[in-house]
Design a protein around this ligand. Structure first.
Ligand code: FAD
Length: 332
């Protein structure tokens, strides 16, 4: 069976992919949005955002990214003049390859494997913060991440540490600079740095700051999270050898995993962290494949940044589609 052709396929429906799809629909391009599967959603940052304080108008929303995605898709469906021929697909794209002038995308569901052709592709698959392994597993920290005791975005949630006993988990200069910033901004007088067994690679500058601000460095592996995620919340960490670090908020600063496998399959250029190197219109080095949101190199990893990258990318795609149609119309 021949694959259906779309103007644009958006892969990933966090905040950035949702904005990309909305923009495509408003531009009246024939668009498909891949929502991902249960596994990719669990690994997406959107799922872990319980509340948003740093964006006007979002304060009353619970799970703001997933709830605004749902309401946006409902709104599109309710609009009689929009969304003609557009489609949302509850699946993860597992294959992306160049196909003539466009791209062939493949996904699986209970009925088997499916495919479509898209003239343009927007990759919005995001990144994930590296989690600390505790007793060999990332599972122990997750319930505390879910309730906001483990913090992953200081621009979003740094203020949530005010009045709490703060620690930072990491092993690079970033860990020390984050700790210093939190002390300066929010008045923390003490600070525990946990490397979770890693030998830290601090620069001389970072070491100076660490000593000058009286930060306490713990290099032993974390063996247990103390506290009950349902009741007391985070109370501390037990380290190998029995030391207990009391802390009820902990910033995780261990770097990121970039979800770039689809970009690799079309040989798009990536930076050292695995994020996409893009043009000023957010096109990757593979012509026709755009990247938006957290997966873009050199941008803030924020909801509003993702929205803005999506609007620029989709307006450029729309411009190219219109220019093609304009040429064809003027030629006839
Ligand atoms: C705990 C936490 C709190 C945060 N709080 C804030 C805040 O208050 N304010 C703020 O501005 N930012 C906040 N952020 C950052 C914000 O969550 C990200 O900037 C934003 O989610 C990035 O959006 P994205 O669409 O690029 O990626 P994501 O939100 O990660 O979405 C990627 C989506 O792609 C899907 N996907 C992945 N692979 C595939 C595939 N192959 N096929 C189909 N789908 C796929 C996944 O299912 C996922 O839904 C926070 C982040 C965290 C972790």
């Amino acid at each position: 069976m021949e694959s259906e052709t779309f103007d644009v396929a958006v892969i990933g429906a966090g905040g950035s992919g949702t904005m990309a799809y909305l923009r495509a629909v408003l531009n009246r391009n024939k668009a498909a949005l891949f929502l991902g599967d249960a596994d990719s959603k669990r690994k997406g940052r959107a799922t872990w955002v319980a509340q948003v304080d740093n964006i006007p108008g979002m304060h009353d929303l619970k799970r703001p990214i997933t709830s605004t995605t749902r309401s946006t898709l409902d709104w599109i469906q309710s609009e009689p003049d929009l969304g003609d021929g557009c489609r949302t697909i509850k699946a993860k794209v597992h294959s992306l390859e160049q196909d003539g002038e466009g791209f062939l995308l493949k996904w699986k569901d209970r009925e088997g494997e499916h495919s479509m052709v898209a003239k343009f592709v927007v990759v919005a698959t995001g990144i994930m913060d590296i989690q600390p392994k505790i007793g060999g597993s990332i599972e122990p920290i997750l319930p505390f991440a879910n309730r906001g005791d483990a913090i992953y975005c200081i621009r979003c949630d740094g203020h949530q540490t005010i009045g709490h006993k703060l620690s930072v988990i990491g092993d690079s200069d970033t860990q020390v600079y984050i700790a210093a910033m939190m002390m300066e901004r929010y008045g923390h007088e003490s600070m525990d740095l946990l490397t979770n067994g890693a030998d830290p690679s601090y620069s001389e500058d970072a070491r100076k700051l660490l000593g000058g601000y009286g930060m306490k460095l713990h290099t032993q592996p974390i063996v247990r999270v103390i506290g009950d995620a349902k009741q007391t919340g985070l109370e501390g960490f037990e380290l190998e050898g029995g030391t207990v670090v009391e802390t009820d908020r902990s910033i995780v600063s261990l770097g990121i995993i970039a979800y770039n496998d689809l970009l690799q399959s079309v040989k798009a250029d990536l930076d050292a962290a695995g994020k996409a190197l893009v043009s000023d219109k957010f096109e990757s080095s593979c012509e026709g494949v755009f990247v938006v949101g957290d997966l873009v190199s050199g941008k803030k990893m924020q909801i509003y940044t993702g929205w803005d990258t999506a609007v620029d990318a989709l307006d450029e795609i729309d411009r190219r589609l219109r220019m093609q149609r304009r040429r064809e119309r003027l030629a006839n």
